[in-house]
Design a binder for this molecule. Structure first.
Ligand code: HPA
Length: 266
C-alpha cells in the first residue's frame, strides 16, 4: 500500500530515490504506470518518463484510479505553467487555490451513471486547505518563496493560447495557465483524496512578451519544489476541517453504487 503520491509533468521525470522501472496496472479505464519511491510515496509522471503523452491524451481516470486502488490518500501535483501576471516570475512557484476549466472532451469523471452512479463533487474548496497550509509552512521553513494563492486556468492544449485567449483568462481571474490541472483536481475530489497543486512558471503567457520564451532549465527550483512536496506529504493524513473525504453529493439511485466508485475510507 502507498499513502502518498506525487504527480509531475514537464521537466520532472524522476524523484530522488525513485525506482525507474515503471509498475503498470490495469484499471477499468485503461492502463496506468507509476514508480515506487522511498517509504509510502509513489511517483506518477503524467506524460510518461519519455514525455510521449500529450496533455489532452493523458488517461487521467486510469492514473487516479490506480492511485486510489494503491491506497493513496494524499496527492500533490506539480504543474509547469505560464504566468498570466508578471508578479509570478519565471521559475517562480505558486500554490493553487482555485481553477478555471477550458478543456474539452476529456474523460473527466468517475460518475458516468449506471453502475458508476451519479455524484457531484463539491468544488467550493478544490484544493485541500490542510495540505495547502502544510505546504506553505514547509516552504517558510525552507525559505522557499511561493505565491500562496493562485487560480489555475486549464486549456486543452497541446497548442499554446492566443493573445486574446490570454486576455480572456486574465480577465476571468486566472493567475497561471497550464494544460493538465483539470481533470486531476476534480478526479481527486471524486475519490475523496487530499489534493494540492504546486505550479512552476516556465514562461510568461503569450502576449505578455514579444515572443513566447519557455525556460528549459529549471535550475535549483526543480530540486526545491521536489523537496517541498515530499516534505509536505510526509506524515500527512486524514484530519478534521478539510472535508476532502466524502466531497461528493449523491443524488437518488447513485448511492447504490457508491462502494464501487468511492474509497472504502470514511
Ligand atoms: N500555456 C499553457 N500551458 C503551459 C504554458 C502556457 O503558457 N507554459 C507551460 N505550460
Amino acid at each position: 500500500m502507498a499513502k502518498y503520491a506525487m504527480i509531475a509533468g514537464t521537466g520532472i521525470y524522476d524523484l530522488p530515490g525513485f525506482d525507474p522501472t515503471p509498475i503498470r496496472v490495469e484499471t477499468p479505464f485503461g492502463s496506468a504506470a507509476y514508480h515506487r519511491c522511498q517509504g509510502d510515496l509513489v511517483f506518477l509522471p503524467r506524460h510518461g518518463l519519455h514525455h510521449d503523452t500529450p496533455p489532452h491524451a493523458i488517461n487521467y481516470r486510469a492514473n487516479f484510479w490506480a492511485l486510489h486502488t494503491l491506497g493513496v490518500e494524499s496527492v500533490v501535483a506539480a504543474y509547469a505553467v505560464g504566468s498570466l501576471h508578471r508578479s509570478i516570475p519565471l521559475r517562480g512557484l505558486a500554490l493553487l487555490s482555485d481553477f478555471i476549466d477550458r478543456t474539452q472532451g476529456r474523460a473527466d469523471t468517475f460518475y458516468t451513471g449506471g453502475e458508476w452512479g451519479v455524484g457531484h463533487a463539491d468544488m467550493s474548496r478544490p484544493y485541500c486547505p490542510r495540505l495547502r497550509e502544510v505546504i506553505l509552512a514547509r516552504a517558510a521553513e525552507r525559505g522557499i518563496e511561493i505565491v500562496p494563492q493562485a487560480t489555475y486556468a486549464c486549456t486543452n492544449g497541446p497548442r499554446f493560447e492566443s493573445p486574446a485567449e490570454v486576455r480572456l483568462l486574465t480577465s476571468w481571474g486566472g493567475d497561471v495557465v497550464g494544460m493538465t490541472g483539470v481533470p486531476e483536481v476534480s478526479l481527486a475530489r471524486e475519490l475523496g483524496m487530499h489534493f494540492a497543486g504546486v505550479a512552476l512558471s516556465m514562461n510568461l503567457a503569450v502576449g505578455l512578451e514579444e515572443e513566447l520564451s519557455v525556460v528549459r532549465d529549471l535550475g535549483a527550483q526543480r530540486a526545491a519544489m521536489l523537496d517541498l512536496i515530499q516534505a509536505a506529504l510526509q506524515g500527512f493524513g486524514d484530519g478534521p476541517g478539510c472535508g476532502c473525504v466524502g466531497a461528493v453529493d449523491f443524488l437518488g439511485a447513485a448511492r447504490i453504487s457508491v462502494p464501487r466508485a468511492m474509497p472504502a475510507r470514511t
